[in-house]
Design a binder for this molecule. Structure first.
Ligand SMILES: CC(C)(COP(=O)(O)OP(=O)(O)OC[C@H]1O[C@@H](n2cnc3c(N)ncnc32)[C@H](O)[C@@H]1OP(=O)(O)O)[C@@H](O)C(=O)NCCC(=O)NCCS
Length: 153
């Protein structure tokens, strides 16, 4: 059965929270924060036979999209699901004329670093001891979209 990607609805929140809470290296947000992202931001989910296998969520601030989380359930890892979710997110950001997609990731999270590098994100800096439990630096990434110059005619 192929994996389908669609925008999340509020009734997807329990499954999204359960998936996130089962992924220790993911960012952790409250139900209210996810609910706000579903209403005002972007939450894309990947499903196989109606089962949630992964999601990505982002918010748009003044033309810059900030990825808040990307999580794929362990039993679905290495099947290209995060690839598909990020591709769709990048397409939507470009379609909405975003100037960039920004994110931060734990320094030790090698799968995530590889994933973002594969999709063209470049390292922009570091926030020291940004994360807790355990304390760790965040590496900042950005994917910037080049704008075509305005035509003079
Ligand atoms: C990071 C994560 C989302 C990747 O999901 P996934 O669906 O398994 O990833 P994909 O199969 O789409 O792989 C896409 C690319 O990511 C990278 N990648 C994924 N898993 C990797 C691993 N274990 N080791 C190294 N690179 C990895 C590779 O570049 C891969 O491309 P390739 O297959 O051509 O080598 C997943 O491991 C996850 O949910 N981790 C826990 C939550 C988390 O840490 N999220 C990041 C928060 S910032």
């Amino acid at each position: 059965m192929p994996v389908a990607i669609r925008s999340a609805a509020l009734n997807d929140l329990p499954a999204i929270l359960a998936l996130e809470q089962g992924a220790p290296s993911a960012a952790h947000w409250t139900s209210d924060q996810y609910s706000k992202l579903v209403s005002d931001g972007i939450v894309l989910i990947a499903e196989e036979s109606g089962k949630l296998c992964g999601f990505v969520c982002a918010k748009a601030v003044a033309g810059e999209w900030e990825v808040e989380n990307v999580v794929v359930a362990a039993e679905f890892h290495r099947r290209g699901i995060a690839d598909g979710l990020l591709r769709e997110l990048i397409q939507r950001a470009e379609h909405e004329a975003a100037s960039a997609i920004l994110l931060e990731v734990r320094e030790s999270n090698l799968p995530a670093h590889r994933l973002y590098a594969k999709h063209g994100f470049r390292e922009q800096g570091r926030r020291r001891a940004y994360y807790r439990d355990p304390a760790e630096d965040a590496i900042l990434y950005a994917l910037r979209f080049s704008r075509r110059p305005l035509s003079s005619d």
